[in-house]
Design a protein around this ligand. Structure first.
Ligand SMILES: Nc1ncnc2c1ncn2[C@@H]1O[C@H](COP(=O)(O)OP(=O)(O)O)[C@@H](O)[C@H]1O
Ligand SMILES: [Mg+2]
Length: 329
């Protein structure tokens, strides 16, 4: 079953900007799916339409088979949406934030408390539940926003730039929480990111977005393989290079460079030990060894034909979060 089916989705703002230009993609139930693209690509506009916050100019959106245009309130019951900007109140405690949210989302009085405590515990915030949110770190605030979405038990969790402005340790922690939620509850996750490492490590599949269009869709591995092969460069004694034969299962010699031989392989990290063993057994001395793997950046360059640069509004978004945290202290 598809969690999400998006077809020919288009958004034209009044200023005639085609923010989203006839995009189509499906997200399988249980998947972590990422929209990856630079600033201005149309990611936020896309997920605002899916979250029923903004109406499409044309095209269709089905969330677990429910038409978002015809039944927006039914769709809202199925999803949790976490915007890019801070969406919790610094002058309330973590608990109070969740209490208000659960009332707003009609969680029954009977279930409310248990759900709030579960969500706080799940996101590692139980000990700090009664502290004012303005004393939380950026990472904790972001986790509280997810806890908030959890109160509603969404089948599809939608996050706009979940780790923007977080330090590397909080980022990693957030990835672990999202993976855990996906694994343990089978929650389908749709997120946007401009962070290639995030897309690569977290998402089962990604759609590369640029200028309102989807340039490519696939798993990070598939996309990387589609741009080029992995290569190992071995620097050997010149007499050894001339006679060198490599069995097919280890790789294929594709070129020579000074005193090096270049071998194309399928999975460089895995093949290196066998190649080293093969050479050592034959008494061939290795001067140096290096390898080269395509990255999502290479993928982006190939499909979107522009370099991937961090736009100004990302640094702005980060600033907003920092200023918010500072002001609230
Ligand atoms: N409310 C709006 N009115 C007019 N233009 C907008 C509005 N929101 C976004 N845009 C424009 O739509 C394009 C896509 O923006 P957005 O969806 O925010 O991209 P992303 O989230 O990928 O950075 C940009 O050119 C942006 O300036
Ligand atoms: Mg955005």
């Amino acid at each position: 079953m598809y969690a999400l089916q998006v077809k020919d989705l288009t958004k034209v703002y009044s200023s005639r900007i085609r923010a989203v230009d006839s995009i189509s993609f499906n997200v399988e139930s249980g998947e972590i799916f990422g929209l990856l693209g630079p600033n201005g690509a149309g990611k936020t506009t896309t997920i605002k339409m899916i979250s029923t916050i903004s109406r499409p100019t044309s095209g269709s959106i089905l969330v677990f088979g429910v038409d978002a245009e015809k039944h927006p309130d039914k769709v809202r019951e199925l999803i949790g949406y976490i915007p890019q900007s801070v969406s919790v109140d610094g002058d309330l405690t973590g608990y109070e934030n969740l209490l208000i949210f659960s009332k707003l989302s009609y969680v029954s009085k009977k279930e409310r408390d248990a759900r709030i405590i579960f969500a706080l515990e799940y996101m590692g915030l139980k000990e700090r539940a009664n502290e004012l949110v303005k004393h939380y770190s950026g990472g904790m605030m972001r986790r509280l926003e997810i806890a908030q979405a959890l109160v509603n038990r969404p089948k599809l969790l939608i996050l706009d730039e979940p780790t923007i402005g977080l330090d590397p340790a909080s980022k990693t922690k957030m990835w672990d929480y999202l993976k855990k939620m996906n694994r343990e509850f089978g929650t389908t996750i749709l997120l946007t990111t401009h962070d290639m490492a995030e897309a690569d490590l977290l998402c089962h599949r990604i759609a590369i977005m640029n200028a309102g269009k989807i340039a490519a869709i696939g798993s990070p591995q598939e996309l990387k393989m589609s741009v080029g092969v992995e290569m190992i460069k071995l620097c050997l004694d010149s007499s050894a290079i001339e006679k060198l034969v490599i069995p097919d299962e280890l790789g294929k010699i594709i070129g020579y460079e000074n005193s090096s031989v270049i071998i194309s392989v399928e999975n460089a990290e895995k093949k290196i030990p066998s190649i080293v063993e093969y050479l050592l057994k034959r008494g061939i001395k290795i001067e140096s060894i290096s390898f080269n793997k395509p990255t999502l950046n290479d993928v982006f360059l190939k499909y979107a034909r522009v370099a991937f640069e961090e736009g100004e509004s990302y640094s702005q978004a980060r600033m907003t979060r920092r200023v918010f945290a500072r002001r609230s202290r």
